[in-house]
Design a binder for this molecule. Structure first.
Ligand code: MLC
Ligand code: AMP
Length: 493
């Protein structure tokens, strides 16, 4: 059986999920997942991945678990993805089934061009299910998830995570942060990335906690839920804490007091997925009384480093290796760095590491050295073992609002627009967003035309927010665009 589902069965009548539609017990979730699995099986006996476009909530979970219970790989797709992103995912995964919520999906595309069956959640309910679901055959060795992540080369890659790795990731965080069935957490993060999906949702359900799911981050919802005094945990990205601080400043004294009283009852608040500015950590500490626990992770490896639950949470660092994870720092010549405060690339090994990139054997091979995954993050550690993230090896990876974005993917999309002869995309440092995406364009096209065209092809969080039009791009002797110079010269950053 699948560990997360197996473990959750201990909690039968306890509340598992609360969403805008109501409240559901662990038994409700299991029963609905089994019915979903039977319906999926009766639609196709195939073992290809299944795409699902469902907003954060009970339906998302029942479909995800349903896909798992028929032994197939669950591929979450953001409900606001435009047609071309979905086309790419359908082609790359080879999926034969897409389950969607017709009320929520923003761009309901014409799937006729693909060899895929699409079915809405409502239609799925009325499918006559097969009766012989062989649950015993589904086990820890099955692939569980495929999460698409941007790389340094072109289009996003599917990161395949098996139930075994997922289980190790959950157990690691359960141990480190002391999850239990007394916990109650609010999720406001998107469910197509591991922060919302694994760290929050899977950990909560494995441990019998209450998972409150809100479709989207809204500051007053977070305030309202925290003020209730019922939450024990909150996990978010730095941009969200930045926005919550701004929201706090707009409130009257009564609202501030209620929020602060509620937060006093919480046991832990975590930040991750992008660098947490020390100023945000300090301001949030003043407001909430909590020292944010900052941790570091990546789609391919789950969580790797974390400040401690007990003991010193050191601002500006991401702490030390989590349970079941080994880390080392390597220099450019391939030697391990043992000297503190020396920059090098972080390598990670352990049970939590992903299995492979989907249909990319060579890229999978290249991303490992022996069994160590090469993260591409430059780090250093202190004499007492606390790690600092110094940046990425490649300037073509941008982190904006904690989404990882490939500059090359945006450039390739824009170069296909008529009128653009050259372009370069860079990340500009920004207090709120971590980085803001900016584009420098050579050609005869307006900013509004570029914005309009991008809406059809890239997810909204990949859109540049600033544009500059120039006659030529600065290049080095090899013809490579000088991105650092672009950031300095054109944006003065
Ligand atoms: C949106 N806006 C941006 C922007 N995104 N502006 C600059 N840069 C960006 N990246 C603008 C919009 O145009 C809009 O402007 C306004 O902000 C509100 O847009 P929105 O879409 O409603 O934003 P919001 O919902 O507030 O989104 C912010 C956010 C979101 C932080 C909630 O970005 C988010 O959910 N990020 C989390 C991503 C995540 O889960 N990453 C984890 C990956 S896993 P206007 O002018 O129209 O108002 C990973 C591993 C690990 O990293 O370690 O966890
Ligand atoms: P993703 O590929 O979306 O999973 O993003 C993973 C990347 O996010 C890592 O490789 C880091 O570059 C970055 N990241 C995650 N957590 C942190 C953190 N706490 N501080 C700085 N960068 C982080």
């Amino acid at each position: 059986m699948i560990p997360i589902i197996q473990n959750s069965l201990k909690y039968t009548d306890k509340t598992a999920v609360i969403d805008q539609g109501g409240s559901y017990s662990y038994s409700d979730l299991y029963r609905s997942a089994v019915n979903t699995a039977k319906a999926i099986k009766s639609l196709s006996e195939n073992d290809s991945p299944v795409l699902y476009m469902i907003p954060s909530g009970f339906d998302y979970l029942k479909v995800q678990w349903g896909i798992w219970l028929c032994g197939r790989i669950a591929v979450p797709v953001h409900i606001a993805h435009p047609k071309q992103e979905i086309d790419y995912l359908i082609e790359d995964t080879g999926a034969d089934l897409l389950i969607y919520d017709e009320q929520a999906v923003e761009h309901l595309v014409d799937f006729e061009q693909h060899n895929i069956r699409k079915i809405s959640i409502n239609e799925l309910e009325s499918v006559r299910p097969i009766m012989d679901l062989k649950l015993d055959e589904i086990n820890i060795h099955n692939d569980a998830l495929m999460i698409y992540t941007s790389g340094t080369t072109g289009r996003p890659k599917g990161v395949v995570i098996g139930h075994q790795q997922l289980d190790a990731q959950i157990r690691s965080l359960t141990k480190a942060w002391n999850w239990s069935s007394d916990d109650r957490i609010l999720n406001v993060l998107p469910m197509h990335h591991i922060h919302g999906m694994v760290n929050i949702s899977c950990c909560a359900l494995y441990n019998g906690a209450v998972l409150e799911m809100h479709r989207k981050f809204e500051p007053d919802i977070v305030r309202f839920k925290m003020s209730s005094g019922e939450l024990t945990l909150f996990m978010a990205v730095p941009t969200i804490y930045h926005k919550l601080i701004e929201h706090f400043e707009t409130l009257g004294q009564n609202e501030k007091d209620n929020w602060q009283q509620g937060m006093k009852k919480m046991r832990l608040m975590v930040s991750g997925s992008a660098a947490l500015p020390v100023s945000v950590l300090e301001k949030w500490n003043e407001i909430s009384g909590h020292i944010l626990l900052e941790r570091y992770g990546m789609t391919e490896i789950g969580m790797a480093l974390s400040n401690p639950l007990e003991g010193e949470r050191r601002p500006g660092t991401v702490g030390q290796a989590l349970p079941f994870v080994s880390v080392k720092v390597m220099d450019e010549l391939g030697n391990q760095i043992n000297e503190p405060n020396t920059a090098g690339e972080l390598f990670v090994k352990g049970e939590t590491i992903f299995k492979r990139y989907w249909n990319k054997t060579e890229e999978t091979r290249m991303s490992f050295e022996d069994e160590w995954f090469k993260t591409g993050d430059v780090v250093e550690f202190s004499a007492d073992g606390y790690f600092k993230i110094l940046g990425r090896k490649s300037s073509d990876i941008i982190k904006s609002g904690a989404y990882k974005i490939s500059a090359l993917e945006i450039e390739n999309a824009m170069l296909a627009f008529p009128g653009i002869s050259e372009c370069a995309v860079v990340g500009l440092p920004d207090d709120q967003w971590g980085e803001i995406i900016a584009a420098v364009v050579v050609g005869d096209i307006s900013e509004s035309e570029i914005r309009k065209r991008l809406k059809d092809c890239l997810a909204h969080y990949k859109h540049p927010r600033r544009y500059i039009f120039v006659d030529t791009l600065p290049r080095n002797a090899m013809g490579k665009i000088k991105k650092a110079e672009i950031v300095n010269t054109f944006f003065g950053a």
